[in-house]
Design a protein around this ligand. Sequence first.
Ligand code: NAD
Length: 354
Amino acid sequence: MKAFLYESQNARVKFGVGFLKEVGNELKELGGKRALVIATPEQRELANEVATLLGDLCAGIYTEAIQHVPRESIGQSMHVVQELQIDSFVPVGGGSSIGLAKALALETSFPILAIPTTYAGSEMTPVWGITENGQKKTGKNMIVKPKTVIYDPNLTVTLPPSLTVTSGMNAIAHCAEGLYAENANPVISIMAEEGIRAVSSCLPRILENPEDMDARSEALYGTWMGGTVLGSVGMALHHKLCHVLGGNYKLQHSETHTVILPYAIWYNSTYAPEAMARIARAIGSEVDDVAGAIFDLSKSLGVAVSLKEIGMKKEDLDEAAVIATRNPYYNPRPIDGSAIRSLLEYAFIGERPV
Ligand code: NAD
């Protein structure tokens, strides 16, 4: 066995249908007395529900969270934090709500109790991201890692089918890249394989019946695995490409992950045989057709499988390839500019990788 370093990261996870009602008790456990509930404008109603459950422990609600955390949004919300003498954050929603809470925790060191409602996995990571002058900067700091996470599958029933699938593919992407990370370790790899199995097997069941609580629970369980993998080991080509495409060309986060994943896997397939064997086992595919099988999974679930469909312009592909290869992350297969350019071409068209 290869030598490795494993560092565990503390997290208190409450997982179960209806566990949203535990939010007050959990905040007390954290010592929070004046929480700010954070959400996106679309989830204002849910934010109000959380505030009601918190009662006197809620000092305010802020529902202006925006994807990729623009720097200006931190300034506005910090004003609220100071005015209301906040001592803790309760983001409810996807990576955008949790992302704003993390940016505020970076400024204040106040604890976060996160209530995720998508499968992006940010709640399990110490990674923050802030966008300034069109560039997204990210960093790692344990201060921003939520101290407590409540996973309540009830809250995911309202996720539209397309976001259910693309967000689930986002969780699978964290797991897949964790399997061939430079600092991969056997414990995190177990979680990665299990996360891929859980999410890929439940997505078709959710599409058939969005209120299937077993399937919704399985998806959140896989999300927890994916987030833990993302927060524990390094990501590679896939995440780099998504970062560039999302940050520079404003493509939607989970849709971008869904389109790129089969091509990133294809690029790495012969350079990461153990990872491919584990992904194949998790999704039940042939080991030499993992990339194609992931492509088929997305396509069969009715979401976009090409960059063209999600708003990328063909004339931007050259520039995207250059930016993506400028400061490459570690990747099992060396990064080659012309190979990345042709990967983007295939992803643009949405041709099944073989
Ligand atoms: P999101 O938080 O932007 O949510 C997308 C949309 O779905 C929003 O309009 C939101 O209101 C809505 N929504 C969320 N949950 C819903 C539900 N249950 N029902 C109905 N609508 C719902 O999307 P996301 O994919 O969760 O997060 C993307 C952001 O998170 C990006 O900025 C990304 O960079 C970041 N992210 C960060 C990390 C990290 O570790 N720091 C990890 C993953 C993602």
